[in-house]
Design a protein around this ligand. Sequence first.
Ligand SMILES: [Zn+2]
Length: 232
Amino acid sequence: MIEISDTGKGTSVVRLTPARCNIFAVTRNGRTILVDTGISFDRSRIEHALERKGLIPEAVILTHTHFDHAGNAAWLQKEYGAEVVVQEAESQFLAAGDTPIPEGTYAVTRGLVTLGRKIGPAFRYEPCIADHVFAERFDLNRYGINGYVIHTPGHSPGGATLVIDDVIAIAGDSIIGTTPGKPFPPFADDVDLLIRTWKKIIDTGCETALPGHGKPVSREEMKDEYNRRKLL
Ligand SMILES: [Zn+2]
């Protein structure tokens, strides 16, 4: 599992603690932002990890607002004064604490979605009013981080990817790292759009993508999968 990825340009990207999704702490010159937040059950673990590492997050960037990524946004905002940043297509979902579940992209996951929708209320989370909402791009320099966020829809309408030092892309569920050699996510609202999003992420020039679940995916793995998918 990812513990520390250094961009080689002064920024560290640390997986904060085991949680329902990968939560990353991005730190440069003593300033920190968090990427994604897990579910409410992960809260005390996040608290302890921040304390242990001596980090106070200035901002929380959401790669999207599915319940397993947005569950502690409101709490981090209240507890640490962290500014919550989300892409505009999902700010209303976040404000309601309720984000629609995407379609499965494989037969098995399509079945799971049908099941999931029946237990819908379990996927609600604490509502949160974002401090910043962006359309195409959001600059991270305001938090002392050399990087930016871009809109990468497809898995969900307001998908976002952080580009750190032009080296590491933190891609949320646009990419998945749980099964080696299968980096295309098992759930997506719009598969064609997600394939175009992959091109966008590859075009950032980043060497590594850190997914919302599982291990890092290399640029080469992404390009191979993209080339296979775009021909389908
Ligand atoms: Zn998701």
